[in-house]
Design a protein around this ligand. Structure first.
Ligand code: FAD
Length: 288
């Protein structure tokens, strides 16, 4: 992980009020890692921020991780513990056998004692096969990468009143996202960028950090992600089938939640229970 502050910027007094309310709500829940910062403190942390920004909410002991390197590290660790990965292998059908699960795949049949449905935007098909259909929607969040700029930002920055997330990489490029969406095509499993939306993201970045006007957009892409109607994932045992655990529909929060959710899924399989309060994430919340 790359340690750095995460800062949510307020662009006006109303947004600052929103952040102050959040800081209060977090403190009331017993969390003290987010601190409200005024205009001067914001400029001390982000000297390149635009003049109109009035303050922010900072989580100083935070950071970010590179998805490719992080997931590869988890994969290698799992392999060292004898986990087998079947890549480029599609699960076509699942059925119960005495005491376990039979999975028909594009490369033959696989048997397992437990079945974990972690198929992201595709997980609805497996849930439906198990008799518990869920309204998982495919969305396509978009990202921009700019050309190199001199170093001006040592934090992951978000805005409060409009979708924008922003970080400068060690090589000087800036990675800009925040949730504006392209169009997923589940038949081809590809995405299409929506340039009108992408332009809003680029404009927001330029308004919050005017220095980015000196850069060019080098590339942009969108990925496919599963979203639930209430924007929180499905995590927990199946309500219909034995020895099945669901973990999908992360609604664009799934990378940071991966390690803790992996731990919960492992606990549910090994001990049949978890001490984590996962009741709000139960699949049966979507039952008719
Ligand atoms: C552009 C973008 C930016 C994002 N930024 C952030 C961020 O900053 N922070 C954050 O926390 N999250 C972020 N997310 C969200 C995060 O990437 C997802 O929440 C996370 O990847 C979900 O993980 P998952 O394992 O549930 O699903 P996925 O990563 O979608 O993995 C599901 C896997 O299951 C496979 N699969 C599905 N069906 C089958 C089948 N029948 N047989 C075999 N395999 C199958 C799929 O091929 C896929 O590989 C972002 C997402 C995008 C697209």
């Amino acid at each position: 992980m790359q340690p750095c502050p995460q800062i949510k910027v307020a662009e006006n007094e109303a947004e600052f009020e929103t952040l102050a309310n959040r800081a209060g709500a977090m403190r009331a829940l017993g969390y003290d890692h987010e601190e409200l910062i005024d205009r001067a403190a914001l400029r001390a942390l982000l000297p390149a921020v635009a003049d109109h920004c009035v303050g922010g909410l900072a989580s100083m002991g935070d950071g970010y991780a590179n998805p490719y390197r992080t997931t590869l590290a988890f994969k290698r660790k799992a392999q060292s513990l004898a986990v087998r990965f079947l890549e480029e292998t599609r699960a076509l059908d699942v059925s119960e056998t005495g005491g376990g699960w039979r999975i028909e795949t594009s490369r033959g049949t696989v048997f397992g004692q437990y079945l974990v449905n972690c198929g992201g935007a595709w997980a609805g098909a497996i849930a439906e096969r198990l008799g518990e259909p869920v309204p998982v929607e495919a969305i396509a969040p978009m990202m921009i990468v700019t050309s190199h700029l001199p170093h001006f930002c040592e934090a992951v920055v978000g805005t409060t009143g409009r979708p924008l997330s922003f970080k400068q990489m060690p090589n000087g490029t800036v990675v800009i996202g925040g949730g504006r969406r392209g169009t997923p095509d589940m038949a081809s499993e590809r995405t299409e960028l929506r340039f009108s939306e992408l332009a809003k993201t680029a404009r927001a970045a330029a308004e919050v950090f005017p220095i980015t006007r000196q850069s060019r957009i080098v590339r942009a892409w969108a990925g496919i992600e599963g979203r639930m109607p209430d924007d929180i994932p499905v995590i927990g045992s199946s309500a219909k089938a034995e020895r099945v655990v669901h973990a999908f529909g992360f609604s664009a929060h799934g990378f940071q939640l991966g390690p803790v959710v992996g731990g919960i899924v492992a606990e549910l399989i090994v001990t049949g229970r978890t001490n984590m309060p996962i009741e709000p994430f139960r699949i049966s919340r979507f039952a008719p």
